[in-house]
Design a protein around this ligand. Structure first.
Ligand SMILES: [Zn+2]
Length: 88
């Protein structure tokens, strides 16, 4: 289980992790969509969707529409935003 480094909210499960080839931790689905806040980000001359922790508003990374099945989503995380903990 990957949790928010700042507030420990559960964000992603390792079962949803995949190798995107980018070097960033990448997931095709969140643990709970309600734990992720999405914000349109038009900085740097491109439109992306920023993702933040829904509880502490900490920056997590971005989400893209070129991920694998079943969701087609690619949650691209900043490794510094996450902490890995054993489930349970
Ligand atoms: Zn948080």
């Amino acid at each position: 289980m990957f949790v928010c480094r700042l507030c420990a909210l559960p964000l992603f499960q390792s079962s949803a992790k995949f190798d995107s080839g980018t070097g960033w931790p990448s997931f095709f689905a969140p643990y709970d969509p309600a734990h992720i806040r999405q914000i349109r980000d038009s900085r740097h001359g491109m439109v992306r969707t920023e993702i933040r922790c829904a509880r502490c508003d900490g920056h997590l990374g971005h989400v893209f529409d070129d991920g694998p099945p079943p969701t087609g989503r690619r949650y691209c995380l900043n490794a510094l935003s996450l902490r890995f903990v054993e489930a349970g």
